[in-house]
Ligand binder design. Structure first.
Ligand code: NOJ
Length: 733
């Protein structure tokens, strides 16, 4: 903050500070500005208001938005889209006394105009460079259309697929989730917030939002601090270390205090301990909702509790706007606390370059060049291919060959642009989404389409027509799963099974004797045991965005050899949830053979598909697992393994390293992911992969949240899935 800058333009052009043109530090600039601000103007900076619609919550108070912006009573707007409207609001802000520009934020979760695969699907790629690339394009398109802040990435870890928002995260694992969080932050923000191809990221939802009791949306979260520190906290921390500019507080309570007014989370952990310099925004209406939590008596009390706990900006509800002045006059909130929050927000406005040029994101020529550009669509296709997980491929029915001339395509999901976009795609150009149906036709195939089942009731429709389509085709492709609005926010479910009649339809189709390939379209892990048993091949295609159809075809015909792995365990029964690979031993470790162990009497404890699982059209062999001494003081050892492509096709493998701490001063999981490497190999080729073993691979947080590395024995496990690993022991002296 001590950088020297020349504020010639803003001093003369916008008249923000009453001093002559001179060279000032950024800090001086903000301090000077703060000195000139009235209490009302300061409070205004803390208010974020929504323009249109109640996208994710109740309507806000009916305030005259435009008028408030003109009076400097609003610091940021959300849900204003398009250069024209953003320009109009910014002009209004510049009519205020101090001409402080607005920040414009929006939920850009998997693409702005071009639609990318949903974040959970992207996570399945285990391709961090590609994840960073799509995040960069998200930001680029958003910035090209006037925005300077996106509410993402969501970095909440979840072990509960009933919670619909798992679609927006990177799955269940804190190590991998942290790497994805870093990649997304870097992609969104680049190296310089003032670059007009980047925007501010917002890490959400701080904290623990992915662990709502019983998977119920917005529900309470209760966990020990040791559990939080080891499994849920690392992704937030990694994102902050990667430089995330803002953080959103979660709707839920955490340790019996709502996150939005949680002094431990916001003031102590985030700002003091981690040194976070950006600002914290509440979730939609969540300051006012402190009253519903029965943590605040009324909205005034809510305002005091939130600001005192370190919540800088209030989204949509107007507790700060209405009561902060009174609270300061009554001494219930210190003006210094208000100043700190205002300073954090102004600093970001400055880093975005908004004081220099409030309209820097509003350039129609740039917008026309970037939105929906072929380069960005191409990235969407590459990402979509890398996101598809091959779950079953019995008798190597896939890839299809050029002998396949006719296809029975069953299921309305395969034709639905809306569903292929996935949830959270409000600004996507849906008319440009290539469905599977479109892509098959473009390939010049004979497509015998039948709905198969009704998309609303999920009951089978006209079975004879469906079977006839199958009988007259070389191959049957069946699209099953969820609709886009059945995952995402407010889409928690008690049953994540694919509807019974969709599954039975696959069994009926199988009776025709034709090869049946099932495409599971979903925004979360789903359960489909009947399909698993009956189908010849199963691909999890999630919701893949603009290039969905082309990507699925490329995988079906082997133009792209699938490489994705599951970032989240797929349960076999809903009663197994929460289910995750990194469970603990317990005093009576789970055993398939013995009773009186951690298990169920009516069902297996095994998932349908474990974390890290996914097939390829080739196979990979693992050999020569070895541990060598580390070559530098911070690397305790190096684990190496030889991986060989044993099949006939070029393929990519995601090599995974897991660690078990054999005995520790707190109970530890049976295995934890501590390294991934994605490698490509020609048929017959071998590569040696090496993983450095650092403190991060061996340590853990104790119950007081201190990080520890304890000497003793560790087991290193390496392989291509969490349930198929080779192991070797290592002793840390
Ligand atoms: C509520 C969601 O929880 C959050 O993720 C989103 O960014 C806000 N609404 C704004 O739409």
């Amino acid at each position: 903050m001590k950088r020297i800058i020349t504020l010639l333009f803003c001093l003369c052009g916008f008249g923000i500070i009453n001093v002559a043109s001179q060279t000032v530090t950024e800090e001086d600039f903000i301090s000077n500005l703060l000195k000139q601000m009235t209490l009302d103007e300061k409070i205004g900076q803390l208010a974020q208001y929504t323009y249109r619609g109640n996208f994710t919550g109740p309507d806000g108070a009916n305030i005259p938005k435009e008028e408030y912006v003109k009076q400097g009573k609003i610091g940021s707007m959300l849900n204003v889209t398009g250069i024209k409207e953003i320009h109009r609001f910014q002009e209004l802000a510049l009519q205020s006394r101090l001409r402080i520009p607005l920040i414009f934020g929006l939920d850009v979760i998997h693409g702005y105009r071009t639609c990318f695969p949903i974040p959970l699907a992207e996570a399945a790629s285990f391709d961090l460079a590609m994840i960073e690339e799509t995040a960069r394009y998200n930001a680029m398109e958003s910035a090209a259309d006037g925005l300077n802040w996106i509410f993402g990435p969501m970095v909440d870890i979840s072990w509960d697929a009933r919670w619909g928002r798992v679609m927006e995260g990177a799955g269940e694992d804190p190590y991998y989730g942290s790497r994805v969080a870093e990649a997304r932050v870097k992609g969104i923000q680049g190296n310089n917030l003032a670059d007009t191809a980047t925007v501010m990221a917002c890490i959400k939802h701080f904290a623990g939002y992915g662990a709502p009791t019983a998977g119920k949306e917005y529900n309470s979260v209760d966990m020990s601090l040791g559990q939080f520190a080891n499994f849920y906290m690392p992704t937030y921390h990694a994102a902050i270390k990667a430089g995330a500019a803002t953080v959103m507080s979660a709707f839920n309570d955490f340790n019996n205090i709502p996150s939005t007014a949680n002094d431990f989370l916001l003031n102590r952990l985030l700002k003091q301990q981690w040194g976070f310099k950006g600002f914290v925004v509440s979730d939609y209406n969540s300051v006012e909702e402190l009253v519903n939590h029965r943590y605040a008596y009324d909205k005034k009390d809510a305002a005091a509790k939130a600001l005192n706990a370190g919540l800088d900006m209030e989204m949509v509800s107007t507790c700060y706007l209405t009561y902060l002045k009174e609270l300061i006059q009554e001494g219930k909130v210190k003006e210094k606390t208000l100043d700190n929050a205002v300073r954090r927000i102004l600093e970001k406005k400055q880093e975005l370059g908004l004081f220099e040029d409030p309209f820097r994101y509003c350039n129609p020529a740039r917008s026309a060049k970037i939105l929906n550009s072929p380069e960005i669509r191409n990235a969407s296709l590459r990402m979509a291919e890398r996101s598809i997980v091959l779950l079953e491929n019995k008798q190597s029915v896939l890839p299809l060959t050029s002998q396949v001339k006719s296809v029975a395509l069953i299921g309305g999901l395969s034709k639905s642009q809306n569903d292929m976009a996935g949830a959270w795609a409000a600004t996507t150009d849906r008319s440009k989404i290539i469905t599977l149906y479109d892509a098959l036709l473009q390939k010049g195939l004979e497509v015998n389409y039948a709905d198969g089942y009704d998309l609303k009731s999920n009951r089978m429709t006209d079975l004879q027509k469906t079977l006839q389509a199958a009988r007259t085709s070389d191959i049957v492709l069946v699209a099953v799963g969820e609709r886009a609005n059945q995952s995402g926010e407010k889409a928690a479910k008690v049953d994540i099974s694919i509807p019974e009649e969709q599954q039975r339809l696959v069994s009926e189709l199988k009776k025709t004797g034709k090869p049946v390939v099932v495409l599971v379209m979903c925004g979360r892990p789903v359960i489909f045991n009947e399909i698993k048993e009956k189908a010849d091949a199963v691909l999890c295609t999630w919701w893949l965005g603009s290039e969905a159809g082309n990507a699925i075809c490329n995988v079906l015909w082997g133009t792209y050899n699938p490489s994705a792995k599951l970032p989240m365990t797929f349960p076999a029964h809903v009663g197994q949830i929460p289910i995750y690979y990194q469970y603990k031993s317990t005093g009576r470790p789970t055993s398939l053979k013995q009773t009186y162990t951690a298990s169920y009497i009516d069902y297996s404890t095994e998932p349908a598909y474990p974390f890290g699982y996914g097939l390829s059209y080739t196979t990979f062999g693992y050999s020569d697992l070895n541990v060598l001494p580390g070559k530098s003081p911070d690397i305790h050892a190096e684990v190496s393994v030889k991986v060989t492509n044993q099949g006939q096709r070029t393929g990519e493998e995601i090599v995974q390293l897991y660690v078990q701490d054999k005995v520790a001063s707190v109970t530890r999981p049976i295995k934890e992911l501590k390294g991934i490497q994605k490698i490509q190999m020609e048929p017959g080729e071998s590569k040696t992969v090496t993983f450095p073993i650092t403190n991060e691979a061996l340590g853990f947080y104790d119950n007081e949240m201190n990080y520890k590395v304890e000497p003793g024995e560790f087991i290193f496990m390496v392989g291509g899935s969490s349930n198929n690993l080779q192991q070797i022991t290592f002793t840390l002296k």
